[in-house]
Design a binder for this molecule. Structure first.
Ligand code: SAM
Length: 264
């Protein structure tokens, strides 16, 4: 592992092929994700930035909505994601209305006041300097343009029947993977401090009982393992209990998503 102090960033800058493949599937756009982006009222002709676009699936969905008159910029810290995103965009026939840029720090290679919407989904928990990033997102928005943030709050994760103590222990070890793991509850104040007006907060929480969100736990387990802060046997025992719960039909996972929107 790289340094624990910078792991939250390093594990996105360099992604092993196996994890890259897993993310391709995890981050695919699915219609049931609609409520997460609904507060961003994307319309035909809009110019939108998807900050932390990963392999591009959400950005491509937005590109379809803005139509040929609009444009979508995708920005990410990982070069492989950006290459894949550009390939997917061409394959989906929207490559001509999308531009991808790599950003290695909070600076975004776009001019002042150049976009109408910024969407950033499950990204701000990883940025080194949340305030500087929010100021930069505000800089690229046109006056009156809107920022829409979707993020988790890892302190609110519940996985049954594993129990709160076991999840808290796993989270404590895995937290090296996040710069601001409790970001959900902090977004309102952070957007206000960065000068956004009309900041609105909604929380969406659904209970997964079918196992769709199991990768959330396996991902956390991988981070906990990388941290070396939790014995391997403890992590194996937790994952074993998760398997049993799935088989016995007693598994339930809730991870609330904060949807926070503000005006530049
Ligand atoms: C959990 S993924 C979410 C991907 C995508 N937004 C989605 O919801 O499908 C986090 C993404 O943020 C990117 N990321 C992490 N730190 C970043 C930073 N400092 N600047 C830009 N992108 C970053 C990662 O490379 C990754 O693509």
């Amino acid at each position: 592992m790289n340094s624990p102090e910078t792991y939250y960033r390093d594990h996105w800058v360099t992604i092993e092929p196996e994890r890259l493949e897993a993310y391709e599937q995890m981050f695919r756009w699915r219609p049931e994700m609609e409520p997460l982006i609904a507060p961003a009222e994307i319309a035909s002709g809009h110019v939108v930035l998807d900050y932390g676009c990963g392999p591009g699936w959400l950005a491509i969905e937005i590109a379809q909505r803005v139509g040929a008159a609009g444009h979508v910029y995708g920005v990410d810290v990982n070069a492989d994601f950006l290459a894949r995103a550009a390939e997917h965009a061409s394959a989906q026939g929207v490559g001509d209305r999308m531009t991808f840029h790599r950003a290695l720090d909070e600076r975004i290679p776009l001019s002042d006041a150049s976009v109408e919407w910024v969407i950033t989904k499950n990204v701000l928990e990883y940025v080194s300097d949340l305030h500087a990033t929010l100021l930069e997102l505000r800089r690229v928005l046109r006056p009156g343009g809107r920022l829409h943030v979707v993020d988790s709050d890892w302190g609110m994760l519940a996985v049954e029947p594993l129990g709160a103590a076991a999840i808290a222990e796993l989270f404590a070890a895995a937290s090296i993977a996040y710069r601001t793991p409790l970001i959900g509850r902090k977004l309102f104040g952070a957007l206000r401090a960065a000068g956004f007006a009309d900041v609105r907060v909604q929380i969406l929480a659904s209970a997964d009982t079918r196992g769709h969100f199991v990768p959330i736990v396996t991902n956390m387990a991988a981070y906990a393992r990388a941290s070396g802060r939790l014995p391997s046997e403890t992590i194996d025992r937790l994952l074993g209990a998760l398997d049993v719960a799935l088989k016995e039909g007693t598994y339930l996972l809730v991870l609330p998503q904060f949807l926070v929107t503000g005006t530049a």
